[in-house]
Design a protein around this ligand. Sequence first.
Ligand SMILES: Nc1ncnc2c1ncn2[C@@H]1O[C@H](COP(=O)(O)OP(=O)(O)OP(=O)(O)O)[C@@H](O)[C@H]1O
Ligand SMILES: [Mg+2]
Length: 387
Amino acid sequence: MNNILRIQPAAAAPAHPTSRAPLAGRTGAVEFRGITKRYAGVAAVDDVSLQIDAGEFVSLLGPSGSGKSTLLMLLAGFTEPTAGEILVDGRRLDQVPPNRRNQGLVFQSYALFPHMTVQENVAFPLKARGFPADKARELIEQALRRVRMENLAQRYPSQLSGGQQQRVALARATVFDPPLILMDESLSALDRKLRKEMQVEIKDLHHELGKTIIYVTHDQEEALTMSDRVVVLQAGRVAQVGRPLDVYETPCNPYVAGFVGEANFIDGAVNRINGTQLEILTSLGVVHAVSTQRWRIGAKVTAMVRPEACLVRVPGRTGGTLDASISGVVSQVAFLGDSHQYHIDTGPQSLVAKVARSRQNDLFAHGDQVEVGFHREDVRVFSTDES
Ligand SMILES: Nc1ncnc2c1ncn2[C@@H]1O[C@H](COP(=O)(O)OP(=O)(O)OP(=O)(O)O)[C@@H](O)[C@H]1O
Ligand SMILES: [Mg+2]
């Protein structure tokens, strides 16, 4: 794992750095300290404090307007914070202009230069940094080979597909060996298949070069599959930071639960408490849950269960040990390839269930009477009390 800062050919790829501990000699650690950015008094980024280790792949995830791009622009130096400070490798960046920050940028607004060939585009950051010609040639070749664009080096951007342009942008952002790479919605214009391919290439690049990557996306699936950690933003603030699985399985509030995946919310009140076992009275009947939090009888809550944790079965069928059984009628069926998604009208509200396609699982059609069930361990409970 030594010498990760040197650009290496694919064959010499070091193992994936999964540990959050910074490796000795590694650079590219980022710290936001109480960063706020206001536009006309309105906070686009609001008191964000966040530490990102060298070599980490961190996604900033949030809906449109939640402050993702602003946070990245502040780090890149394209805009000044209203308050707070940003440090890279322990050094404050306040006085460092964008072109001296040594960051690889893949922003939508920072597209390829149309009048330059692929080769010239990738050469640009090296020229700007005064690399000697033969060293530059070697690095350009290496960077283009890494993104499999070496055969198209003489083409102009207009002669490339969207995915090829993205790969060149990636080569341009990494050719000068920056310790820190910032990517803003870089794949959003691509079709699903190409997007998946590029995701793999970016992850490969991350494994291979061991760079710190900060990756902005509003696509939760992309954030969950790619990142070491996910930062969920809500109106300019950090709502939750954690490993993808933790954020998905134990979201800190309904907003995060609903943003990192699909979720059913069933409102009710705590009716009985037995240690960590909760009984919640809802308009769909009793819902059981397991929670280590302290609750009081009568507390208003919402119970969250993911569609894939919902089982759908023929009414009255016994067997299994489900903790809830809610009657309903299938109101919508969507075939998703690997699964079926059912909307089930239970009367007071609709529930969404996602059932993996397998010979064991019954198929249901619009209008079928069904029962929806789930296990208490799959239910998360959030307080909805105003106080
Ligand atoms: N230059 C600006 N002047 C005024 N307001 C701005 C400016 N830039 C951003 N904002 C506001 O700051 C908030 C955050 O914007 P930002 O671009 O960071 O959001 P985002 O999370 O990147 O959204 P998207 O997913 O749409 O790209 C928005 O409400 C936006 O309107
Ligand atoms: Mg944005």
